[in-house]
Design a protein around this ligand. Structure first.
Ligand code: GLP
Length: 259
């Protein structure tokens, strides 16, 4: 009989911007980041292959600005990265700190301390997570948070299962994530650190606005689950649906499974 069974749960309408390919996505996202820099909020930044063309496009955009505006924006830069591997410091080329330095710090000649990130070499990772969270709070929290999407639905390094109120913390990475990120470690998942420090879903959802960037056919199904199934702990990124200012930018391949 009609009306029997569980109620249909509709996800709220998502602000989705489609672009032809990863290059076009990067241009769009770089413009959003420039707007965020101009509005002077703290930027939340992410790592991963998805962000490589984004950061190249941002560097190009900033270099095209009149010198005075560029200098002001760079001098005032304050960003907080999502996560870092436990055990890796900035001197290790596989760390996220090194990734950020190569992609943004060096090309933009950012002042020391501008790109904040958890210290993977801290003696006590849980204490470092608390320190990082306090640092973010005293800086006034996040303005725009840039996000990639893990193949298993993680956001930052919030591995499934994960609810919407998990704080910044040290945690154990899943096998799936270590496999996904093995490329940067010579292809061997066993060489990927098994612990990381990540901002939690709590800090991410407290940002003023969220910008989720997803490219490539391999992410199509997890993007569909993220946006078009009811939020659940099995897909941590699905909690992003709860944010009133979530924008998703995807290329055609990543968006292929969306209805
Ligand atoms: C890592 C990061 C995530 C990122 C994900 C996606 O696991 N911790 O923040 O979203 O990678 O990576 P990629 O862009 O390489 O697919």
């Amino acid at each position: 009989m009609a009306g029997d069974g569980p109620p249909v749960v509709r996800t709220q309408l998502i602000n989705l911007t489609l672009a032809a390919d990863a290059g076009a996505v990067a241009e769009l996202v770089a413009h959003r980041l420039l707007e965020a820099l101009r509005s002077r909020g703290n930027l939340g930044l992410a790592t991963g292959r998805t962000m490589l063309p984004v950061y190249s496009a941002l560097v190009r955009l900033l270099r095209q600005l009149p010198p005075q505006e560029r200098q002001t924006l760079l001098a005032d830069w304050c960003s907080f990265n999502l996560d870092e591997y436990v055990g890796l410091g900035a001197e290790d080329s596989r760390s996220f700190a090194a990734f950020m330095q190569v992609q943004l710090g060096a090309p933009l000649q950012l002042p020391g301390g501008a790109l904040r990130i958890p210290d993977g070499r801290a003696r006590d990772p849980q204490m470092e997570a608390l320190r990082y969270r306090a640092d973010l709070e005293s800086a006034g929290g996040l303005g725009l948070q840039l996000l990639g999407l893990g193949s298993n639905g993680h956001v930052g390094f919030n591995e499934p299962p994960c609810g919407p109120e998990m704080p910044c913390r040290a945690l154990t990475l899943s096998r799936a994530t270590r496999e996904q990120n093995a490329d940067a470690f010579g292809g061997n998942p066993d060489d990927v650190p098994d612990q990381a420090i990540t901002l939690g879903t709590a800090e991410i959802l407290a940002a003023d606005s969220l910008l989720l960037v997803v490219t490539g056919a391999a992410k199509a199904e997890i993007l569909r689950r993220t946006l078009q199934e009811p939020p659940c702990d099995a897909v941590p990124a699905s909690w992003l649906q709860r944010h009133p200012r979530l924008e998703v930018v995807a290329d055609r391949e990543a968006a292929a499974a969306l209805s």
